[in-house]
Write a protein that binds this ligand. Sequence first.
Ligand SMILES: [Zn+2]
Length: 342
Amino acid sequence: MKSNYLKIGKDTIQFINKALIENNISGKILYVADPFVDSIYGHVVRPQIEDIGTLKEEKCDGNTIAYSMSIAERCIATDVNCIVGLGGGRTLDVCKYASYVSKTPFLAIPTTASNDGLCSPIAVLKRKDGKPKSLGSATPSMAIIDTEVIANGPIQNIMAGLGDTISNYMALLDWEFAVSKGKDEMNGYAYLMSKCALGTLMQSHYTEICPELIEDLVNSLVMSGIAMDYAGSSRPVSGSEHLFSHALDYYGKTNNLHGIQVALGTVAVLKLIGFDQKPVIDYLKRFGVDINPSRLGISEDVFIYCMQHAVEMRANRYTYLHEADLSTKKLMEIYKEIVEEM
Ligand SMILES: [Zn+2]
C-alpha cells in the first residue's frame, strides 16, 4: 500500500471524494473520527464519502492497541474497503495501525500538525498498562492536509510541530555519530529527506504563524514521514532528544506535547555534548516555541532522571547520550542554563 494521493493546501478537505475516486475506492467506507473534530468538520466529510460508497462510522474514543485491533477486525469481518480518518495524531494512529493490520487502504485527514507522525509509517498506541508503544505500520496510502483546518486548531499544536521538526537537527547528528561508531548504517536518501524537512523551516523567512508558514510546516512534517518510510525506521528524525522525550512520557507525570519535549531534548543534548546550539535556539525564539522546562512543569529532578535514563528507552538507537557525561552535577548546570536562556 504505497502512498498514492497527497494533497496539501487551503480547502483541500473538499478533495475527499476525488481522492477516493482516483484510488478506485467503492463499497463500505469506514469513517473514523475524533468526536470533537467531527462536530466541526463531519458535515464536510460525510457527504463526500456517501457520494462514493456506503458510509460506516466509528467514533474514536481511545488510542490503545486493543482498540485499534478491534477496528482492524471490524474492517476484515465486515469487508470495509477504506478507512477515512479525521482528527489529531491519536485518532490517526488508531486508523493507521488498523489499516496496516487489516490491509485496508487509509485516507488520513489530519486536523493538527503537532508532530511528524501525520504521514509516517509508525503508530504510537497505548499498551494495557497505559504506557505508549511505537508500532511499525505503514504510511497512509492517501492524505489530505487542509492548512486552513490546521490553522484553526490550537496554536500550541503548531508550536509542537515546529519543535518536532527542529529535533531532526539532533537526530541527524546522532545518526552520523552512530554510523561513525559502527553502531548503525547510513541511508543517504532518508538522510537527505530529513535534512530537507529541517531546511524548509530553518530557512523559512516567515517569522509569524501565517498560512504560508503552516504550509511550510506541513510540508516539512510530511517530508520527515517520508524519510522514515525510506529508512524503514524513525532513525532520520529521532535521536537522543526523542529518547529523552520518551523517558519523560514513561517516568514523568507532566503532560507536554511531544514536539515541545523533543525540542527541549535537542537543546539539552547539544549543550551536554558542547555543540553549537545557536541555530536551534534562534529557530525556537523566532517562532516563539517555549521550551523552558520550569514553565513546562519539568522539575530539575525529573529532567536529570530522564536524561540519565533516556538510553534505556530504546535498544539499537545509539546516540551521543551513550557516551556523554550524565553526571548529576553536569545536568544540573544544563537545566539551570536552559531555564535562564529560554
Ligand atoms: Zn517526533
